[in-house]
Ligand binder design. Structure first.
Ligand code: FMN
Length: 213
């Protein structure tokens, strides 16, 4: 297997038509970038709610949907969040129209009677299994976090995800009393110019990442 992305940048068989138009595929994936520079255009709570309302339909194990959002908007809260970010990410939080802490809720099981009525008994069974709940919450909230980034793009917004942060510090400060565990922070807004100075880096190809048995 080669790791030279320059020789394996395409597929070695014809690509079937996508079920969405090229414009949509470009918006969601091919042209979308991780954005660090935003215009001052506001991002409303209604826009964020619409994104959640769309991506909540993405699948999670047992329909646990453990992703939780903390929308960080006030100047005081933004300063607190910036204080927990790695140095290179601090200014980005302060400059973005809005930042959202994406978090996992290990208390997701309380909702299982509604979210998975056929497995309602699991709510009680999972109560003492703290470690297993934390693992389930993290795995499935990370899945939803990916849906959320793509959902922001579908809403015509740009996203700048950042994992460089003191997660325990955020949990103890901004998430105190919730039991939620922060996964990463995403700055949200409209890109200024290209939104980034970094050239687009290649991705590993299908041939490099896939085995068929
Ligand atoms: C979960 C996650 C965490 C990230 N953390 C950081 C970060 O702390 N600082 C940063 O500058 N970029 C961060 N990035 C940005 C990635 O480096 C970027 O998404 C990747 O290089 C692809 O860039 P592109 O979308 O412009 O092609 C993060 C991205 C993701 C998805």
């Amino acid at each position: 297997m080669t790791t030279d992305t320059t020789v394996l940048d395409g597929l070695d068989f014809p690509t079937p038509d996508l079920a969405v138009t090229d414009d949509v595929a470009d918006l969601l994936f091919r042209e979308a970038r991780t954005v660090g520079a935003f215009t001052s255009d506001e991002v409303t709570d209604e826009q964020i709610a619409a994104v959640y309302d769309l991506v909540k339909w993405g699948p999670t194990a047992l329909n646990t949907t453990p992703l939780r959002l903390l929308v960080v908007r006030s100047p005081e809260a933004r300063a607190r969040l910036a204080g927990h970010m790695a140095e290179g990410n601090r200014e980005r939080v302060l400059a973005a129209p809005v930042s959202i802490v994406l978090a996992a809720d290990p208390g997701f099981h309380a909702h299982l009677p509604v979210l998975a009525p056929h497995m309602a008994a699991l709510a009680d069974a999972l109560e003492p299994q703290v470690e297993q709940r934390e693992q389930m919450a993290r795995t499935n909230a990370l899945l939803q976090a990916g849906y959320f980034i793509v959902g922001l793009r579908a809403a015509g917004l740009d996203a700048g995800p950042m994992g460089g942060m003191d997660a325990d510090g955020i949990d103890a400060d901004l998430l105190a009393g919730t039991g939620w565990r922060s996964l990463f922070v995403v700055n949200v807004g409209h890109r200024e110019g290209d939104g980034t100075h970094h050239p687009r880096a290649p991705r590993l190809t299908y041939a490099q990442t896939t085995r068929t048995v």
